[in-house]
Design a protein. Sequence first.
Length: 421
Amino acid sequence: MSGFRREHGTETVLVAITDQLRCQRDQGGSALLVLLDLTAAFDTVDHSLWTHRLAMTGVRGIPLKWVSSFLQNQGQRVVRGGLVSAWSPLTCGVPQGAILSPLLFNIYMRPLARLVRSFGLECHQYADDTQLILRMEGRSDSVPDSFHQCLEAVTGWLRVNPAKTEILWLGRPGGREIQLPTLDGETLRPSSSVKSLGVSWDPLLTMEAQVSAVSRSAFFHLRQARRLAPFLSRNDLATVIQATVISRLDYCNALYIGLPLSVIRKLKLVQNAAARLLAGVPARWRITPILQQLHWLPIEYRITFKILVLTFKALHGLGPAYLRARLAPYQPQRLLRSKDQNLLEVPNIRTYHLSSTRQRAFSVVAPQLWNALPVETRTTRDFTCLSESLQNLALPTSVQWVKDSGLCLFLLLLLLFLLLF
């Protein structure tokens, strides 16, 4: 359960799910991703059942009565045209908008993950968004009976909308179409693309549809910011661009690691246009000095930066345990100086088959990027120091690129001068 919890978020959930799916494909297996749509999830919380589950967590006595009083003695009535109905007691639901409601909902949904895992499936939850992952080894194209039994158990416990439940089948190339069971009388069918928590997946995990959607949305908001630019100060314009454009480029950008340059270019065009608008320069100006002036990392560095930040938080207890479990500390066979350098174990490439996907899995690329950092950066325990160190490592590279480009331009002009005169 990652919703409404400290150091948890939608990005950590999506990174974990994508990593599992990519590793499963790399190892030659198949996977089934199910996005359950819970009907009126916050309105179906049974008060008596919630009180029992809270007591099972160890909360008893006066604290239990105090928290339970938040839900008890609640009612509703209808007022229309001067007529007022009688009060009707509320025995289900949590008040939406209240500070306690997300915590109460998490407590109510806590047994769902254990129920799903008892059937051999993996479960990720963020509020009422529930994702189930069924991993199948070898060349199997048939769903085991445990999958159907799991769906029946879930629907017997919660109200699931089969029409809005989406399924993504990640099978082996050239495999047969998978046969899925029914859910409440409706036949489940795999989709060509699914969307969860603002991110779109396709069966090959190319992320092309996601990047295209992000670039379109960011360009739309950038055009709105351009219309407001004459009426805003530079600081206010920077705030608008950061909130409406850059935030979209940075959302879940850890999933973009290793994507082809032709895909990343769509995001770079958005960032370049936003930088030129904020700097107030024409569209043909070189972008590298502008990014350096604004202290903006290029798109590729922002992606790497996010991967390293997630790695740091996972290693130091500032992130969810399911990300920490995907990183293993390096243990040398004999006593070496590298033992105390906070290195990570890089998975053996022999266990993977698809090189293009292997370079994009978090559990594979994160150790490689982490081990490439200087020892001082890897061993620091302060997040602020890590952030400053990563930016200092990236920005000088851009400066050096500018110097090298200027030198090449000077030599080219000198060569033309010698040829002409």
